[in-house]
Design a protein. Structure first.
Length: 451
């Protein structure tokens, strides 16, 4: 890092940050209380509240949100007349999946090959530490030049919308001039990136029934309508021959105008098996960030082990449809449901049910906050200019914030670069990335205060 005093302070704080991230990762804070104890999430929330109090935050509170989880709030006053910046992260994490597949225990932060491994290390407990490091560095180098609000969500990964509903019920709570959402990531390690678009999402469950009960495939197969075969036909209709998403009436999106994503880099990032083709057509960035994308998340059908020679009477699937900015998620849901019903063969009975939905998001990157962030990133990443990228995932809170506070600039940065493998086995964070992004955030707060 440079001889910048703020950079030197953050570098000196990194051992403490590792200790704190170790403590935070140890909480099994999955906001699915049927699988993981509520006490684990409450412990993580309490840890963050104590950390904010130790940094001089006022009005620190555990907010009971409508989905039964807690978000942590705190306010750090700045100079009189200063701007207000909201810093966001979330402490809830994805389940660890198959713990036996982890090289080291998922809830024990472990250093290996220059990275720190553990569930939530990058997504998004590392984001909590990023905010803390930036504020600590400023406090010992002239003070924090803005009013700061911190909000750390407890159920982002579950998509249950607790904080969104709470913000709508308390619209004055999170008002700010600029908002830094620490839940995104650089396009690649070492390349400073602001995420300016998020695809929206809809979840639809489809159920198909053809018979009153399963039948012997030897006695009835060949004439009896097979519900599982019908479902397969329906799911296949959602893609063209090259794998592109094809939902009747749904527009194909537009061309991505920001950062390019080379196919070979994507194949490496996605760990595509050699010889297997990518699906879809056109630039990879278009396919990921500015076009609809359907994914079959699960199918209810007999497992191979223990299967009987039967014609299936019923079958179900859960389908995700990601929609780009400019496409209304509610309209996309209706089109998806209509498509599933229209393409069900053989007069089979079909039922569709919307399970969840979130609108796409597009940030306005023309304001002073983006200028300040670009200046800060250039210092934190010498020789690199801040790039603009999209993200295929959804953060529904961003649309809530944009609706409640239309005057606020919303910036998305974070630690979830491709090597982090968020949501997968062996999630990790780069401590160098944590250090650089903490510096960038600290310098951003200074530059934005002066803008």
């Amino acid at each position: 890092m440079s001889s910048n005093p703020v950079a030197e302070t953050i570098a000196s704080l990194m051992p403490r940050a590792k200790e704190e991230l170790t403590e935070l990762v140890a909480f099994k804070s999955v906001a699915d209380f049927g699988q993981f104890p509520r006490a684990e999430s409450e412990g993580a929330a309490g840890w963050i509240a104590d950390a904010l109090l130790a940094e001089g935050f006022q009005d620190v509170a555990l907010l009971d949100t409508p989905d039964g989880t807690q978000s942590v709030y705190g306010f750090l006053p700045g100079p009189e007349g200063a701007k207000t910046v909201l810093l966001y992260a979330h402490y809830d994490v994805q389940p660890p999946l198959d713990e036996a597949g982890w090289t080291t225990p998922p809830f024990e932060l472990t250093e290996r090959d220059g990275r720190w491994y553990g569930r939530g290390a990058a997504d998004c407990k590392g984001g909590v530490l990023m905010h803390l490091l930036a504020l600590r560095a400023l406090r010992v180098n002239g003070g924090v030049p803005v009013h700061v609000k911190v909000i750390v969500e407890g159920s982002e990964e579950q998509g249950t919308g607790g904080l969104e509903r709470y913000a709508e019920q308390h619209p004055d709570l999170l008002t700010a001039d600029a908002m830094v959402i620490g839940d995104a990531g650089n396009f690649r390690l070492g390349l400073p990136t602001a995420t300016t678009t998020l695809r929206g999402m809809t979840l639809v469950r489809v159920a198909i029934d053809t018979l009153e009960g399963n039948l012997h495939s030897g006695q009835f197969g060949g004439a009896a309508p097979d519900a599982l075969a019908a479902l397969i036909r329906v799911l296949d209709s959602l893609r063209s021959e090259d794998g592109s998403t094809t939902v009747d009436g749904l527009t194909g999106g537009s061309a991505w105008e920001g950062l390019r994503y080379e196919e070979e880099r994507f194949r490496k990032d996605a760990k595509v098996i050699e010889g297997v083709e990518l699906i879809g057509s056109g630039p990879v960035a278009d396919r990921l960030w500015s076009r609809p994308a359907v994914t079959v998340l699960g199918i209810d059908c007999p497992p191979v082990v223990g299967a009987t020679p039967s014609v299936q009477a019923s079958a179900r699937a859960l389908i995700s449809l990601r929609v780009p900015p400019g496409v209304d998620a509610a309209e996309a849901t209706k089109l998806l449901q209509a498509h599933l019903e229209t393409h069900t063969p053989w007069g089979a009975r079909v039922r569709t049910e919307q399970i969840g939905q979130g609108q796409a998001f597009r940030a306005d990157s023309s304001g002073p906050a983006y200028t300040a962030m670009a200046e800060a990133m250039a210092v934190a990443y010498p020789g690199e200019e801040m790039q603009y990228a999209g993200q295929g995932g959804s953060i529904p809170l961003c649309n809530t914030l944009a609706s409640l506070y239309p005057q606020a600039e919303i910036l998305l940065i974070g630690l979830s670069e491709p090597e982090a493998q968020i949501h997968a086995l062996n999630e990790s964070v780069s401590p160098q990335e944590l250090e650089r992004l903490s510096l960038a955030e600290a310098l951003f707060l200074r530059a934005y205060a002066a803008s």
